[in-house]
Design a protein around this ligand. Structure first.
Ligand code: NDP
Length: 403
């Protein structure tokens, strides 16, 4: 963690935290690079990675000068290697390289900003190599929450939440180590279709679904927010991060996205963390933890938000919340099935192969069909993911079979 060594003459030397960003070309990744560049005194950028966006990865390597870059798509290796040949930077390619670079002795914290299930194995390797995890990739905890939290505990590794809601809860818990949580309230903006009917969801276009009212994010999480599956994934993420029972987790719609989440303690007191919707703050908090670094992020003005409002989520319309509750209750490999099916369904929607309202239908069908395993190990989860994806593709190929 952040180290300050006091010298005899009371000057301090700050040992910078060395950071690896998995998914530097994404929404979280690019914001993390800006945070790190502004806080050079505290952070050293060691590794950046992308899936296939070689152009942006090359630009980032030139601008931020990390020691290592990885492009998961091997066909882009030569392009990246040649473009960076004049820099003292190591270039690797392939998914297995992601799992290797996170183990480097030169890294203190790995920011998991990849999207989807692909984040699971690199996160496991990083934990096994005793790296602290700044966790944006919520799918990792959804798929393998028990395994990941046990592994983090055994390796004495911190899981530092980046998701704004979980960062809010984490911030509210500072100084409350001995005070049990009674309940948490995860706030949800409600997405672009808040207040709409089931019938309306049948007419949703790409443009409408990709336009989040408050946040600018990657495509997958933006669609997850529109179906409200994002909040379902976050419930499961919260359960593992804060060791909660399902009865202790509630979702409340708060369209202004100013209160990022709330903790209720056993004496009835509630603590909320608030601020403008800006992911740089939770990113910086996770990377700098336990320090709060001075920043020039825009400040909140109460007078611009005279009304902070709250509503119950409509689970009849946004059934993905019910699916996630069911997956969380039943546990086993069911959250893994739900996640894989949802990833395929969202991908199909983004490729215009599936209507918006069918994302939830397809996910539900997979959850009903794939065989349940009560205590899955990592192999079981990997197989469950593969099996679910294959089944979801079969369903997609005969779309009319699911209503
Ligand atoms: P983006 O889609 O914007 O970025 C995803 C990143 O992951 C890109 O760098 C992408 O590379 C890389 N990537 C995608 N697939 C793979 C793969 N198979 N192997 C290796 N790298 C891959 O996503 P976001 O930044 O929006 O989200 C990242 C994670 O953070 C998600 O889990 C999301 O739920 C979570 N999160 C995001 C928030 C946000 O505000 N965006 C808020 C809270 C949580 P390439 O560019 O080459 O495709």
């Amino acid at each position: 963690m952040y180290l300050v060594l006091l010298l005899p003459h009371f000057q301090s030397i700050i040992l910078k935290k060395r950071i690896a960003i998995l998914g530097s070309t994404g929404s979280i990744g690019t914001q993390a690079l800006e945070v790190i560049a502004k806080q050079k005194e505290f952070f050293e950028l060691e590794v950046i990675t992308a899936n296939s966006n070689s152009k942006l990865l090359i630009q980032q390597a030139n601008k931020y000068q990390p020691a290592t870059v990885v492009i998961a798509d091997k066909s882009k290796y030569t392009e990246v290697k040649e473009a960076l040949s004049s820099l003292p930077v190591k270039v690797f390619a392939g998914a297995e390289s992601l799992e290797q670079v996170v183990q480097s002795d030169e890294i203190d914290v790995v920011l998991t900003a990849m999207v989807g299930y692909a984040g699971l194995l690199p996160t496991i390797k990083a934990i096994q190599a005793k790296k602290h995890i700044a966790l944006a990739n919520k799918e990792t905890l959804v798929v393998a929450g028990r395994l990941i939290t046990e592994m983090a505990h055994e390796n004495k590794v911190a899981l530092l939440p980046v998701d704004s809601e979980h960062s809010a809860i984490f911030q509210c818990l500072a100084g409350e180590h001995f005070n049990p949580i009674e309940k948490i309230y995860l706030t949800a903006s409600g997405g672009p279709f808040r207040g709409k009917t089931k019938e309306f969801l049948k007419t949703v276009t790409h443009e409408q679904a990709l336009k989040h009212p408050n946040w600018t994010m990657g495509a997958k999480i933006t669609i997850d927010s529109a179906t409200m599956m994002n909040k379902g994934l976050e419930m499961i993420e919260a359960r593992w991060l804060f060791n909660l029972d399902i009865s202790q987790i509630d979702v409340i719609v708060h369209p202004q996205s100013v209160i990022h989440s709330i903790v209720q303690f056993e004496d009835g007191s509630m603590k909320a963390q608030m601020g403008l919707p800006d992911m740089k703050l939770p990113i910086q908090y996770a990377l700098a933890y336990p320090q709060r670094l001075k920043s020039d992020f825009p400040r909140f003005d109460f007078l611009k938000y005279p009304d902070l409002t709250f509503e119950k989520p409509d689970k009849e319309v946004f059934r993905s919340l019910l699916l996630a509750e069911h997956a969380m209750k039943k546990d086993g490999n069911l959250p893994c099935i739900m996640n894989a099916a949802n990833e395929i369904a969202v991908g199909a929607f983004l490729e215009r192969k599936l209507d918006f309202h069918r994302i939830t239908d397809l996910t539900e069908q997979c959850m009903e069909h794939i065989h349940f395993i009560e205590n899955p190990n990592l192999n079981d989860l990997v197989e469950t993911d593969t099996e679910t994806r294959q089944y979801a593709e079969v369903l997609l190929s005969k779309k009319s079979n699911f209503a």
